[in-house]
Design a protein around this ligand. Structure first.
Ligand code: PXG
Length: 441
């Protein structure tokens, strides 16, 4: 029996995440192989990866250094207890990661996903204030259209209505500031939009409402990915940092998407020159090969916990698989690959070509905005009246049939190819999209 026949006969048991299950199972799309820039479908077609998997395979697929590191580690030692025990690869990876991140973000806490990184950072922020005697600082502030994973803390500070409305009252003591998307003033911006730094001022209003002494942290994605690539206006992140500093509030950057070269620099922290107190990461940390996440924190935060009797646990938090040996091996192989191939800055070299190619779609049917930063792009479409998301999803299906993988969210096409992409492949993505968009109702 062929792989396709085997798989399509057995689709019922798996309740798929963030998927229209019934629709998918009527017409499944299955990948069975991946190498460099391409996936192979179950029916043997090559599909160009325009999304680095789900924003995670930054070095492309099937990279030998990573595969070998994983194979070696799993054969040598499959697992070591994460609590009160250690193994060398976790220390090595933490040291290499913090060397990559600007000081004072000099410590790292391992998790297994972006969602867990977010929960970890939120807990660290609240506990930090408490260990310093400011236990009243418990409130968390997020932003509309923010995505911080799917656990309770993350959906509470997150600002995606569909991710929140089914799940009760969520965390108490959370507030939100408005998102920064402003098509009227900023449509067709290349890189950071000119207008909108003043949206940061809303943080002052929210802080005053609750009183600064009750607020633990503000969490934002430096570039919001999941809700359609919302790029921060010039001066906006700087202003958030100032306001947080003035009021003793921690600033958390959720870099699950922007980390590891996506913006043309190792992290958004480097790209925007704004240093938060905590940084959440995942995805590109292991090139998507083994699940892993990491939270970076400043020395100040770390030192605040390293007080009290030395035999006591300083932070009551951690996962069975925090710093899993195989994930750490994947992380080390990934960093080797990024460094040897210059991938953490390749996005900067390609950014102009990428921007020109994307913006050449201006004027194509249905397009109402195009935006880009680093190796991220978004094409916003006019929704079909009364049927939001349908037009973009049709574009996704047609592009897939035409051999290019894109992502859609609402009526926005999001692009984030592996950082190994060649110019001819950028051309292929754009020419395929042009044809697809022209052909759509
Ligand atoms: N924070 C951010 C900023 C994210 O983008 C998470 C946290 C959660 O990570 P995990 O590993 O728990 O999924 C994310 C995840 C998409 C898409 O197509 C984006 C994500 C996941 C899946 C799809 O936009 N981001």
């Amino acid at each position: 029996m062929s792989k396709t026949a085997l798989a399509t006969n057995n689709l019922e048991a798996f309740w798929m995440p963030f998927t229209a299950n019934r629709q998918f199972k009527k017409n499944p799309r299955l990948f069975v192989g991946a190498k460099d820039m391409h996936y192979t479908t179950a029916d043997g077609r090559q599909v160009l990866d325009g999304t680095a998997g789900l924003w995670c395979c930054n070095a492309g697929h099937g990279r030998p250094k990573i595969t070998e590191a994983v194979q070696r580690q799993v054969a040598e030692m499959d697992y070591a207890p994460a609590f009160q025990m250690g193994h060398p690869a976790a220390f090595e990876l933490a040291a290499r990661l913090t060397a990559l991140m600007p000081s004072p973000l000099d410590h790292v806490f391992f998790t297994n996903s972006g969602s867990e990184s977010v929960e970890t950072a939120l807990k660290m922020a609240i506990a930090y204030h408490r260990v310093r005697g400011e236990g009243a600082r418990t409130r968390l502030i997020g932003r509309e259209r923010g995505y911080h994973g799917v656990n309770f803390g993350g959906i509470s500070v997150g600002g995606i209505v569909a991710n929140r409305k089914h799940f009760g009252t969520l965390l108490g003591g959370v507030d939100h500031i408005r998102h920064t998307h402003d098509l009227e003033r900023n449509a067709y911006s290349r890189g950071q939009p000119e207008s909108g730094a003043e949206y940061a001022e809303e943080l002052i209003r929210v802080v005053q409402l609750h009183d600064p002494s009750t607020i633990a942290a503000v969490i934002v994605e430096p570039v919001a990915g999941s809700t359609g690539v919302l790029i921060p206006p010039k001066g906006y992140l700087e202003r958030l940092r100032q306001i947080c500093d003035q009021h003793g509030i921690l600033l958390i950057f959720d870099e699950v998407i922007t980390g590891f070269g996506r913006l043309g620099s190792p992290f958004a922290v480097d790209h925007f020159g704004v240093t938060p107190d905590l940084v959440t990461t995942a995805k590109g940390i292991t090139n998507g090969v083994i699940p892993m996440g990491a939270v970076f924190c400043t020395s100040d935060i770390h030192e605040a916990f390293m007080t009290g009797p030395e035999h006591l646990i300083e932070f009551f938090h951690g996962y069975t698989y925090s710093g899993h040996p195989v994930a750490c091996a994947a992380g080390l192989g990934t960093l080797d690959t990024y460094e040897e191939e210059g991938l953490l800055t390749r996005g900067a070299e390609l950014e102009d070509y990428w921007a020109d190619a994307l913006h050449s779609l201006k004027g194509t049917r249905h397009v109402i905005d195009i935006r880009n930063i680093g190796l991220i792009g978004a094409i916003e479409l006019e929704p079909i009246a009364g049927e939001p998301t349908k037009r973009a999803f049709s574009a996704f299906l047609k592009a897939y049939d035409a051999g290019v993988l894109i992502r859609t969210t609402g009526d926005i096409i999001a692009l984030s190819p592996p950082l190994i992409i060649e110019k001819s492949q950028i051309d292929q993505i754009v020419s395929t999209l042009r044809e697809v968009l022209q052909s759509l109702d």
